[in-house]
Design a protein around this ligand. Sequence first.
Ligand code: BG6
Length: 475
Amino acid sequence: MPFRKDFLWGGATAANQCEGGYNLDGRGLANVDVVPHGPDRMKVSAGKLKMLEHQEGYYYPACEAIDMYHHYKEDIALFGEMGFKTYRLSIAWTRIFPKGDEAEPNEAGLKFYEDLFKECHKYGIEPLVTITHFDCPIHLIKEYGGWKNRRLIEFYKNLVTVLFTRYKGLVKYWLTFNEINMILHMPFMGAGLVFEEGENEEQAKYLAAHHELVASAWATKIAHEIDPENKIGCMLAAGLTYPYSCSPEDVFEAQRKNRDNYFFIDVQSRGEYPAYALKEFERKGIDVGMSEEDRQILKAHTVDFISFSYYSSRCISTDPEILAKEMSGNAFKGVKNPYLKASEWGWQIDALGLRTTMNELYDRYQKPLFIVENGLGAKDAVDENGYVEDDYRIDYLRAHIQAMKDAVELDGVELWGYTSWGPIDLVSASTGEMSKRYGFIYVDKDDAGSGSLKRSKKKSFDWYKKVIATNGEDL
Ligand code: BG6
């Protein structure tokens, strides 16, 4: 049997994409609450358009999302029915610290997650908690400029100390920052950055990244001190960049692109800045303000495991003609790979690329891996009973799980678990749509925010249940 007996099968969500209840029980406003649906979404996410409050004429999908705040018992029961061993979710920072810089936490927020974790344990589901998933209190952005400011490390330390203390015994798997490399592509979502006219954006992004990397190392230290049972992971938006051709220029460019992503995990897993990054910073005059204490903390407190999301591979060329045919994929721009089909949103489908990515990560870090996001965003046609025949989703997942099985069985990669993205339909991070659905569970809500929020099972629900019941034997 390729997968260990205690292999953690499950699904993954993020607070801002499913919870809703954005202003309930003392919760403060967060960056994700003010990212609208529609054409301005990408500008806001990229920090190019300043919108730190709700404005007339915009719809903000995170505010209600799928209202898991009120439906979590029903949703976790459905996860339990599928046999989930784990459920990855994220904490909304502003439920715990509404402004982010308070000394004392908000009890109602702490209680909400405590109840939720207990609900998981009722079904034998182990929570896997992302501390920040594209989530930063608005107050910290207005007052301090987000993660550009070193003081955020202090506020984050305060947050994690509260979380690790309160949830000791309830949670043992933690991720410090979701897709930490996304800072480079969606800096408002990733680090609460909004750029001023003429600002050196690259400097700001790497400064913010440095603060997050140091905060992540502090969190690892604090977690282990509070409970040695805690396991802390980093989280990478993974997916290799392939060279479009075998020209040495393309190969070198692909390596450079891959390093843009590896940089973060190199620091979190190896404990120091890689030589290639130091040289590039030197050339570009980027200064992250590394102190001796930062250096020591980074070195001494590396992560226990490497988690990552995988949706697709990417492809890059140095040929201007080929580059001109640039396709829109996710936040990572690249050229179309002629060997691959793509989703309705242009994300290229590459199951073998998952096996390649796993091997790359395992070779590079030699730490256990955890796949914490994978899935197909697709438009579903729902019948009057709320049923969806989503064979396309099953096909995608089957092929990817087979590839992950091969990486374990044939290549010897150590893998702790697999959580598919959005086991229940939720708001899309890149587009704000509901119609980009990933779930085994359908939620009746549309892109404009209308719908009963009723949950129903898709065909893939029973399929995934069988996969889990057979520990991945029967796909
Ligand atoms: C990852 C994020 O980038 O991909 C999730 O961690 C996101 O938050 C997921 O939802 C899928 O992307 P999208 O844009 O289809 O929601």
